[in-house]
Write a protein that binds this ligand. Structure first.
Ligand code: FAD
Length: 376
């Protein structure tokens, strides 16, 4: 079985890039997924943050473009994305003794973000309290980006998958790629699956398999990308209190990220699960720690009941906390190392990857993420 493009990984990146390759009429495309679409970081309950606020500045040009795409993506895909432009807030605390030093940093971030096309406002104490009644007295200010929001990761990934398939992309589920195959000239000729089948790639193999990328690249190129696997913790909570968290909300100095999904609170913020021989698991003390931070910032949330807690979705982190996007061999394109924030930029990055490959025109927006940055 031969295709022009062989994509490994059926998360948002695999499905969205397949969609764009097909949209550009680039040739035949197959997506090979070990499990099922959205089985990894791009699936699961709730929504993910579509956040520009306090993102690495090198990613802001991508976010500016993503903010343009998200509101109408459901029309383009003719499928659900669950996108809502809630606006996004970063809360700032600073004990009076420090003279609210956080504000100086926030002003600088606001200037830099605004200059890069992400208009950012600063809110004072009163404004924060009018937006978040009942918030802790320790919160002194906030930076606010009106274009931030949330979207359903699983629904969007499945909408990309359906749109790709309508354009002729083949999706092989339950099929693990165990090895990349080269021809005598050092090109990647195709992939070997766990079923023993070789699937040939006439033009390019795209490794969009998140935690599955590092080993496959190392084995075929000898390059060990500076990546590791993390298991971000996310939970949903119920409360009898009336909740005033109207926006995607992060915190400058506390590990907290919170949003509403319907009537439930969705909570994360950099806490991690633990890898065990039986698979990743939720660590009860860390779940408690995450909830305690939420209650410290929103003290009225006294009664919280955990509905779901999940740390099973593997993500990759890179040493400099920005993604790795580019070629690791002449026809081997890699994208991974999202470092916990790959979701928001996926609609734009996937389009740029497809355009880069088809038109042989590398986008300057992807240049900062090249794997070459790790070479002398
Ligand atoms: C709990 C959590 C919260 C997050 N919150 C946010 C957020 O608020 N905002 C944000 O921007 N980002 C967020 N992220 C990050 C974001 O979800 C990911 O960066 C993004 O979904 C990665 O997409 P992907 O397609 O690269 O990877 P994945 O969705 O993980 O897809 C990779 C796929 O490859 C498959 N695969 C792996 N190896 C092989 C193989 N050898 N053969 C075949 N298939 C293989 C896997 O089964 C998987 O389905 C969060 C992530 C997690 C886990």
């Amino acid at each position: 079985m031969d295709f022009d493009f062989v994509i490994v990984g059926g998360g948002v990146y695999g499905m969205a890039t397949a969609y764009h390759l097909a949209r550009l009429g680039a040739g035949s495309v197959v997506v090979i997924e070990r499990d099922e679409p959205a089985a990894g970081a791009s699936g699961g309950v709730g929504k993910r943050g579509v956040r520009a606020n306090r993102r690495d500045l090198r990613e802001l040009p991508l976010m500016r473009e993503a903010n343009r795409v998200w509101p109408t993506l459901h029309e383009e895909l003719d499928g659900e994305t669950g996108y809502e432009r809630t606006g996004g807030t970063y809360l700032i605390e600073g004990p009076a003794s420090t003279g609210f030093k956080g504000i100086d940093a926030a002003e600088s971030y606001a200037r830099a973000q605004s200059a890069l096309g992400v208009p950012t406002e600063l809110w004072d104490r009163d404004r924060v309290r009018s937006e978040y009644p009942g918030i802790s007295d320790e919160v002194q200010a906030a930076s606010f980006v009106p274009t931030d929001g949330v979207a359903s990761h699983e629904a969007t990934t499945l909408s990309y998958a359906a749109a790709a398939q309508r354009r002729g992309v083949q999706v092989l589920t339950g099929t693990e790629v165990v090895e990349l195959r080269t021809d005598g000239a050092g090109r990647i000729a195709g992939v070997l699956t766990a079923k023993g089948e070789i699937i040939g790639a006439r033009r390019e193999v795209l490794l969009l398999a998140n935690g599955g990328v590092r080993r496959l690249v190392a084995e075929v190129t000898g390059r060990d990308l500076p990546l590791w696997t993390i298991y971000p913790l996310a939970c949903t909570l119920r409360t009898s209190s009336s909740v005033h968290i109207p926006r995607l909300t992060g915190h400058e100095t506390r590990p907290l990220s919170v949003k509403m999904t319907g009537e439930h609170i969705m909570l994360s913020g950099g806490w991690r699960g633990r890898a065990t021989p039986g698979g990743p698991e939720v660590v009860p003390e860390r779940l408690r720690g995450n909830i305690e931070v939420l209650q410290r910032v929103f003290p009225y949330l006294a009664d919280l009941e955990v509905i779901t807690a999940d740390a099973s979705r593997a993500e990759t982190a890179s040493v400099d906390q920005i993604p790795i996007i580019g070629r690791c061999a002449p026809n081997l394109f890699v994208a991974c190392g999202w470092s916990g924030h790959g979701w928001a930029i996926a609609p734009v990055v996937s389009r740029l990857i497809a355009e880069d490959i088809v038109m042989d025109a590398p986008s300057p927006l992807l240049a900062p993420f090249s794997p070459r940055r790790f070479e002398l």
